[in-house]
Write a protein that binds this ligand. Structure first.
Ligand code: ADP
Ligand code: MG
Length: 252
């Protein structure tokens, strides 16, 4: 399988704190790779580094062989590496559907201004993720809420809208930071199925998630970090039987 991302000796310090410490791993095309580790281990910082939201203190990230670390995040996103997270920009006074269409326009060079002043249209001439805005909404079970203002959405659906916005920018690699947080069992089950379908559509998915049963079920491979360092990498079975991982989680 081809390598889509190479994380090479990434380090990020905040003052005296080394949040990510010399982490290296490869991500294969179309795999679901999870990053797990205790709270404060450096998972979110690692994702921000990969998606170019933060500059590394040292090390680099290569996407299809090209260095993307140090690029502005929207440039990395335009190349295809997109991170969605809880604080993803959602226009709360626009409808669910309008939010997804605007994200389309952000990716394409269609005039966003035109869309706002009404000279442009909300046409989906730009195909995103091989899918129109309506397909993306359908994919995330948001069709019935398409004409609701985002500000009226319940929490779980807001999360889904964040992912829809990410998809509308047509990523090749999607980084999801705790997408199942706050979901009940049934919602998590649906979200896991959704992530699997993303991969079937050709996406590579990087996931940070605390729900261990979900992580073990969904992941092809897992990278474990503790105190900023990679302590293990392997299949879910490897990871569950790894002494260093068990120790890190039990705090022994
Ligand atoms: P995780 O996502 O695994 O819980 P984070 O990557 O959020 O961990 O944080 C790793 C460490 O880096 C923590 O000690 C956190 O306090 C620190 N940290 C994260 N972001 C910043 C920042 N912008 N400034 C200073 N310290 C930070
Ligand atoms: Mg985090």
């Amino acid at each position: 399988m081809d390598t889509i991302l190479q994380v090479r000796e990434l380090t990020r310090r905040f003052g005296g704190l080394t949040a990510v410490n010399n982490v290296s791993f490869d991500v294969r095309e179309r795999e679901i790779l999870s990053v797990i580790g205790p709270n404060g281990a450096g998972k979110s910082t690692l994702f921000k580094l990969i998606a170019s939201f933060l500059k590394p203190t040292s090390g680099e990230v290569l996407y299809r062989g090209e260095r993307i670390s140090g690029l502005a995040p929207h440039i990395a996103a335009r190349k295809g590496v997109v991170r969605t997270f809880q604080e993803t920009t959602i226009f709360r006074n626009m409808t669910v559907r309008e939010n997804v269409i605007v994200a389309h326009h952000l990716r394409s060079r269609a005039s966003l201004l035109g869309f706002f002043v009404g000279t442009g249209t909300a046409r989906e001439d730009e195909r995103a993720f091989g899918a129109s805005a309506d397909e993306i909404l359908d994919f995330l079970n948001l069709t019935e809420l398409a004409n609701e203002k985002a500000r009226n959405l319940p929490h779980g659906h807001l999360r889904a809208l964040g992912i829809a916005i990410g998809l509308a920018t047509d990523p090749a690699v999607l980084l999801l930071d705790e997408p199942f947080a706050g979901m009940n069992h049934d919602e998590t089950h649906k979200a896991v199925a959704m992530v699997r379908r993303l991969r079937e559509r050709g996406l590579t998915v990087l996931l940070v998630e605390h729900d261990m049963p979900a992580v073990m079920k969904i992941s092809d491979r897992i990278v474990v970090i503790n105190f900023g360092q990679k302590i293990a990498e392997g299949t879910p079975v490897d990871i569950q039987n790894n002494d260093r991982v068990i120790e890190a989680y039990l705090g022994a």
